[in-house]
Design a protein around this ligand. Structure first.
Ligand SMILES: Cc1cc2nc3c(=O)[nH]c(=O)nc-3n(C[C@H](O)[C@H](O)[C@H](O)COP(=O)(O)OP(=O)(O)OC[C@H]3O[C@@H](n4cnc5c(N)ncnc54)[C@H](O)[C@@H]3O)c2cc1C
Ligand code: FES
Ligand code: FES
Length: 489
């Protein structure tokens, strides 16, 4: 029957009629299930108080990911396992090893953030291996605490696997997998909610293409880390919604000798390692994009499609010569990514068209690539200025260079004047000075709450200089993290 979705809440089956297709998972938990352990802090994915864990089958095993329930919509739970802080202790009242570690390390004072931390740590508990300090810091960057301070919580993260190496979720893994298989045998492809609004969750790309021709006005939803806020912050009423997150072809990540083919619905957490192996700076950039919760849901397809001038992936992708594959009905076209961004809020995408994939070349040992993100905070912050550089030197001269900045114009934009000023000239400080002067012709940045136009213009010039120092060996490279230094620097 249209309108029903099924998922596991802890171990219990839920088979529901959806009243409101954009009800958040957080509101569902607190208002319908009356599970008030999960808290609301910001309602925009920033604080982590609402963190819950989603379980899905991946490669025959159960994979647990922490997500922000405040910006995830209820129908996206179809076929998955949702675990909240109420689920993790034993039925007889024993604490989960994560909770026990928090108690032993004094990891909670007012307690408002605690369920979110506990759920992030629960997901970390289920990752392979013992987390080291760097991994713990990264993992918890999306959880804010105002009173305990992070020391005791980080200590609890280090201690949890000493208390127990596995838990009852591990013991039940095969039963949970079997239950999820039963649910996914009959996925809800179409939900007509109680309020008359429609939610579509196609499984194949041809279905998606047909649906978008029928409903060209539909809102496409991938990870919801932008779209979720249209509902929670802008109170927008979306109808219909087409969820692309379950489309098999769009979830594919193919890595061949020629390049990466990244399906539009591939989440950042799957990209970080393979992209980082070829392009360490790209990996480092993705490590700082949002938080573990945001990277578990957010996609590069969504980052490009939203057309933001401060999205983090377009500048490095453009510098690396990425191409975008678009589809409308049976018609496919491909373009250099920079051609997709036409003006502020305007992209080269026709009604009924969607982003299918992003194509990116493998690392060319003859080229040097670097990118630098400047933001007020190191982790989980929106970019003020981002510079990406891809250089080919021959006999000490610039044979080719592609430069792209974010945050400097109404779209992510190549620095064509600067490139022209550099190509064919020796890779020296004098050439870089000419490049810096050209950057002033390339961009007229604006002032906003993230940075003034003067700051943006200056930092863009300094990033070019930094790239020169790192590639010419003319001075020490400055990186916040030693591990983030490119292998070739
Ligand atoms: C707390 C927080 C921190 C963040 N930090 C960063 C950050 O550091 N850097 C950064 O760049 N961004 C950041 N973001 C923004 C966001 O996470 C990214 O833009 C993300 O890549 C969006 O992907 P998504 O899958 O969630 O997109 P969604 O929210 O699902 O969709 C985004 C847009 O893309 C469209 N869309 C989605 N898929 C397709 C498709 N296949 N074809 C056509 N259109 C499509 C949607 O209709 C919508 O317009 C942050 C967001 C939050 C909430
Ligand atoms: S309530 Fe702050 S991240 Fe969800
Ligand atoms: S214990 Fe109070 S906010 Fe973390």
């Amino acid at each position: 029957m249209a309108g029903r979705i099924s998922f596991l809440l802890g171990d219990g089956l839920r088979d529901l009629e959806v009243a409101d297709p954009t009800m958040t998972v957080l509101n569902y938990l607190r208002l319908v299930e009356r599970r008030t352990g999960t808290k609301e802090g910001c309602a925009e994915g920033d604080c982590g108080a609402c963190t819950v864990v989603l379980g899905e089958i991946a490669g025959g095993r159960l994979a647990y990911r922490p997500v922000n329930s405040c910006i995830q919509f209820l129908p996206a739970l179809d076929g998955k396992q949702l675990i909240t802080v109420e689920d993790i202790g034993s039925p007889s009242g024993e604490l989960h090893p994560v909770q026990q570690a928090m108690v032993e390390c004094h990891g909670s004072q007012c307690g408002f953030c605690t369920p979110g931390f506990v759920m992030s740590l629960f997901a970390l508990f289920h990752q392979p291996g013992r987390p080291d300090r760097a991994r713990i810091d990264d993992w918890l960057a999306g959880n804010l605490c105002r009173c305990t301070g992070y020391g005791p919580i980080i200590a609890a993260a280090g201690r949890m696997k000493d208390i127990a190496a596995s838990d009852r979720f591990d013991s039940r893994e095969q039963d949970t997998i079997a239950a999820l298989h039963r649910l996914s045998a009959a996925p809800a492809r179409e939900v007509e909610a109680g309020d008359g609004r429609r939610w579509f969750a196609p499984r194949r790309v041809d279905e998606l293409a047909d649906l978008l021709l029928r409903y060209p006005e539909a809102t496409l939803l991938a990870g919801g880390t932008d779209v979720g806020l249209w509902v929670t912050k802008q109170q927008r009423r979306l109808d219909p919604v087409i969820h692309v997150g379950e489309v098999e072809e769009l979830r594919r990540l193919e890595i061949g000798p020629e390049g990466f083919e990244i399906g539009a619905a591939v989440t950042y957490d799957r990209l970080l390692e393979p992209l980082g192996a070829d392009y360490p700076d790209f990996g480092e950039l993705l490590r700082r994009l949002g938080s573990t919760q945001i990277r578990a849901c957010g996609t590069m397809g969504g980052n490009i499609a939203n057309g933001s001038p401060i999205g983090d992936s377009p500048p490095p992708l453009i510098a690396l010569g990425a191409r975008l594959a678009l589809r409308r009905g049976a018609e496919r076209r491909e373009m250099p990514l920079e051609d997709y961004f036409l003006a502020y809020g305007k992209q080269d995408r026709r009604p009924g068209e969607f982003v299918e994939s992003i194509r990116l070349p493998r690392r060319d040992p003859a080229r040097r690539f670097a990118c630098y993100k400047i933001s007020k905070r190191f982790d989980q912050d929106i970019t003020a200025c981002l510079g990406a550089f891809n250089l080919k030197l021959e006999d000490g001269k610039v044979a080719d260079i592609r430069i792209c900045y974010g945050g400097m114009a109404a779209t992510p934009k190549r620095a064509l004047e600067c490139e022209e000023a550099l190509i064919g000239r020796p890779w020296t400080k004098a050439t870089v000075l000419a490049g810096q002067a050209a950057l002033r012709r390339d961009y007229t940045p604006i002032s906003d709450m993230r940075a003034s136009k003067a700051y943006r213009a200056l930092v863009a010039e300094k990033l070019l200089l930094k790239f020169f120092h790192e590639t010419a060996g003319a001075g020490p490279a400055t990186r916040v993290l030693e591990a983030a230094r490119p292998a070739h620097a």
